[in-house]
Design a protein around this ligand. Structure first.
Ligand SMILES: [Fe+2]
Length: 212
């Protein structure tokens, strides 16, 4: 991912996640909010040809190298581009996918069982009322952990398998202010095919993202 950044195509029709997330929610989130961050990141980098050649992950990993006038914008909008690029393909129509054997084994080892993992993910997503993301991360040995990050911070340099957007804009048009209803409805939408693919990539020496 480098300049000029473009809006990734939504990997399913806008109504594919209904009733868990309605069409208006996905359309607004992807076509307006995500697109707005892409445009704002391109605007910030427009006057800086040297920065345009660097991958987004490098810009985000080294904020001290960003010129002060655009530092805040690149972290905010660049973080949002990175996070949303992972978020949308992390979802799929409810219960349409299943985790692969390796990922299932890792979840059992690290969390006890799939049920325990989903409970922990749900609990963490409701434990902090700030807007941000809940992440499922893997280290290079395949050990899994959960993490909450506030705002548009990323989990870099850790390898993300999944992120759940906890901004109000991710669910307000379906659930109003009810974050709990959103989190419960989002768990059956986890795209286990994508997560399993990213998990396998951890062992190839290639970072699984931003090439999900
Ligand atoms: Fe979002």
């Amino acid at each position: 991912m480098t300049f000029p950044y473009t809006l990734p195509r939504l990997p399913y029709p806008t109504a594919a996640l209904e009733p868990n997330l309605n069409r208006a929610t996905i359309m607004t989130h992807h076509d307006k909010i995500f697109a707005g961050h892409v445009d704002a990141l391109n605007r910030a980098l427009q006057p800086y040809p040297i920065l345009q050649q660097q991958p987004l992950t490098q810009l985000l990993l080294h904020p001290d190298r960003l010129p002060i006038p655009i530092r805040e914008d690149v972290l905010e909008h660049g973080g949002a581009v990175y996070n949303h690029t992972l978020y949308f393909p992390s979802l799929a129509p409810a219960r349409s996918t299943r985790p692969g054997t390796a990922l299932t084994g890792a979840i059992d080892r690290c969390f006890g069982s799939m049920e325990d993992f989903l409970r922990a993910l749900g609990r963490l997503s409701l434990s902090d009322q700030r807007e941000g993301y809940t992440w499922l991360l893997s280290d290079r040995c395949g050990r899994l952990r959960l993490l909450f990050t506030p705002g548009q911070a990323t989990a870099l340099p850790l390898s993300p398998l999944f992120c759940l957007d906890l901004y109000r804009h991710a669910y307000a048009l379906t659930y109003g202010d009810d974050r709990k209803a959103y989190v419960e409805a989002a768990l059956p939408l986890i795209n286990w095919d994508a997560l399993s693919r990213r998990y396998r990539a951890v062992f190839t020496g290639q970072p699984p993202f931003p090439n999900p």
